[in-house]
Design a binder for this molecule. Structure first.
Ligand SMILES: Nc1ncnc2c1ncn2[C@@H]1O[C@H](COP(=O)(O)OP(=O)(O)OP(=O)(O)O)[C@@H](O)[C@H]1O
Ligand SMILES: [Mg+2]
Length: 302
């Protein structure tokens, strides 16, 4: 269960909508795909789902190259497109039955009932789709994306149009699903990224400008600080995680690490002591304090 993109580029005429992007998402991760309007998020998702062909580069899902394995890939992914197209004249149950039959599912009525339950569609299930509010139509979009129990979910702005109560339910649902599957979702809501995602990929003008865990990208919560640190020696991850207060350790390059710490106090003193006691030579230590929104603005303005 994985998504892999390598040097992907898409040109619309002369415009480069995406420009040589690469990332790799293993299973069990929920990744927020962020970027300003027109950055290339939907274009990337359309390529991942086989709805558009890339101009160059490679996209694969579960090891299958998307362009060469269109049908096989589509069986394994659930996709919620950004404009959530639906047949407005169909009844909710009729539509979900139809989608289930397209996937040749067995026990269609049982599966449809499960999806209605999961996405909270029960009160509206007897209506025509065209009669539903935007949030309920979004729920149908999620139900159709998950009906065949795909192991990779590609959700383009899944929570747009949901009221605050629905938001909580749908976020919970996505987090639950994300425990076993690979999920990439786009959103413009930064709190949502913090609430749901393990990691964020930020794209701007077709290029990836950040790809890190939320812990590293976020330090809005003053109890979590990001510290960049460099040693002369190679230090193991386990060793760094053994320092009290260090929650995450990610090697960036060479002997450089980004640490996420959960302490309000100045961790720099503790890290100096750690280096001294273990005979490591510390050559850089820098504490960052930025919010997700700051990071987004910095990386994507202009
Ligand atoms: N079919 C198309 N023909 C020409 N240009 C397109 C087409 N689809 C998208 N683009 C352009 O490609 C760029 C990336 O668009 P895309 O829809 O991927 O952005 P996005 O990151 O999803 O933005 P948003 O946050 O507004 O949904 C934009 O400049 C857009 O105008
Ligand atoms: Mg979009």
């Amino acid at each position: 269960m994985s998504i892999k993109v390598e040097n992907l580029t898409k040109l619309y005429g002369e415009q480069k909508a995406i420009d040589g992007i690469s990332f790799d998402i293993p299973s069990g991760q929920i990744v927020g795909f962020l970027g300003p309007n027109g950055a290339g998020k939907s274009t990337t998702m359309k390529i991942l789902t086989g709805y558009l062909n890339a101009t160059s580069g490679m996209a694969s899902v579960n090891g299958l190259e998307v362009e060469a394995n269109g049908i096989a890939v589509r069986k394994q992914i659930g996709y919620l497109p950004e404009n959530n197209p639906q047949y407005l004249d169909m009844y909710v149950i009729e539509y979900l039955n139809f989608v289930a039959s397209v996937y040749h599912l067995k026990n269609i009525s049982k599966r449809v009932a499960t999806m209605i339950e999961m996405t909270g569609l029960a009160p509206e299930r007897k209506k025509k789709i065209g009669q539903l509010s935007k949030g309920y139509r979004q729920r149908i979009g999620l139900a159709q994306a998950m009906i065949h129990d795909p192991n990779v979910l590609i959700l383009d702005e899944p929570t747009s149009g949901l009221d605050p109560n629905q938001l909580v339910d749908i976020r919970k649902l996505i987090v639950e699903i994300g425990k076993e599957k690979t999920v990439i979702l786009s959103t413009h809501i930064m709190q949502e990224v913090q609430a749901m995602c393990d990691r964020a990929i930020i794209i701007n003008q077709g290029k990836i400008v950040a790809d890190d865990t939320i812990g590293i990208l976020t330090s809005k919560d003053k109890k979590r600080l990001v510290i960049e640190i460099e040693f002369v020696e190679s230090v193991s991850k386990e060793k760094l995680l053994s320092v009290e207060g260090v929650m995450e350790a990610t090697q960036t390059k060479g002997n450089n690490w980004k640490l996420v710490t959960n302490k309000n106090e100045d961790m720099r003193i503790r890290l100096f002591d750690f280096a001294k006691n273990n005979n490591f030579t510390l050559i850089k230590i820098q504490q960052q304090e930025q919010s997700m929104e700051d990071v987004f603005k910095q990386l994507t303005s202009k």
